[in-house]
Design a protein around this ligand. Structure first.
Ligand code: 13P
Length: 248
């Protein structure tokens, strides 16, 4: 089935406010072609970035969220707050939140449910560490992370899975086209078991991990690769748009 590719930039803990606005403005101006495009700046620049891309097709996303609606949760940000500043997609389960900030599967699952309950697009990240790939547990690790998702999801357009092998993130070491396709096909099969084949066929599965303009076409050309979640290469408009333009 034809799925619209979704290319999203995860800016992580980078940029000043002025840099964020300039980058967002350049991406909004340069975005053409068939792919859906999103950018996820740091929380504190969401409002300014939303204003900068207003009127363009660029979606604004958040890198994290807290699952409670409001209250005494010092430092946390709710889905309602994100909606209030123009956010339409939210990442959950990013490897840096799992392995650096030590988020547990139960917490990731609560966040994912809160995003979907609010009607926002969920970009749920999964992926194995190098030792897990080496000991043959890649599929099992991805399966466990997919199991964090709610038992039912109404609309497949609201779910995006980002397959990000941890050993490929920020390392310059990209999964080969075949390695990516193999895991993406596994993920689609797992979604089909849980939600049905039609649902799984409609879900976009992004690849993330050292995606660059020069390797994007090969990865995005794989049957089950429906976009990218881009870190380092998303911090320059030229390289990010190079990836956007590689999506057909
Ligand atoms: P890099 O593109 O820098 O490897 O980061 C990928 C990533 O983690 C996106 O969420």
């Amino acid at each position: 089935m034809a799925r619209t590719p979704f290319i999203a930039g995860n800016w992580k803990m980078n940029t000043t406010k002025a840099e964020a606005v300039a980058l967002a403005t350049a991406i909004a101006a340069g975005t053409k072609g068939p792919a859906e495009v999103g950018i996820a700046p740091p929380f504190v620049y969401l409002d300014a970035v939303s204003a900068a891309v207003k009127g363009s097709a660029v979606k604004v996303g958040a890198q994290d969220v807290y699952f409670e609606k409001s209250g005494a949760f010092t430092g946390e940000i709710s889905v309602a707050m994100l909606k209030d500043v123009g956010v339409s997609f939210v990442l959950t389960g990013h490897s840096e939140r799992r392995h650096v900030l030590m988020e547990k599967p139960e917490l990731v699952g609560k966040k994912a449910a809160a995003v979907l309950d609010a009607g926002l697009i969920l970009v749920h990240c999964v992926g194995e560490k190098l030792e897990e790939r080496d000991n043959g547990t890649t599929f099992a690790v991805c399966q466990a992370q997919l199991d964090e998702l709610p038992a039912t999801i109404a609309d497949p357009a609201k779910l995006v899975i980002a397959y990000e092998p941890v050993w490929a993130i920020g390392t310059g070491r990209t999964a080969t086209d075949a390695q990516a396709q193999e895991v993406h096909a596994y993920i689609r099969g797992a979604l089909a078991k849980k939600y049905g084949k039609d649902f799984a066929d409609a879900v976009r599965i992004q690849y993330g991990g050292s995606m660059k303009p020069d390797n994007a076409a090969g990865l995005l050309g794989q049957t089950d690769v429906d976009g990218g979640l881009i870190g380092g290469a998303a911090l320059k408009a030229e390289s990010f748009l190079g990836i956007v333009n590689a999506a057909k």
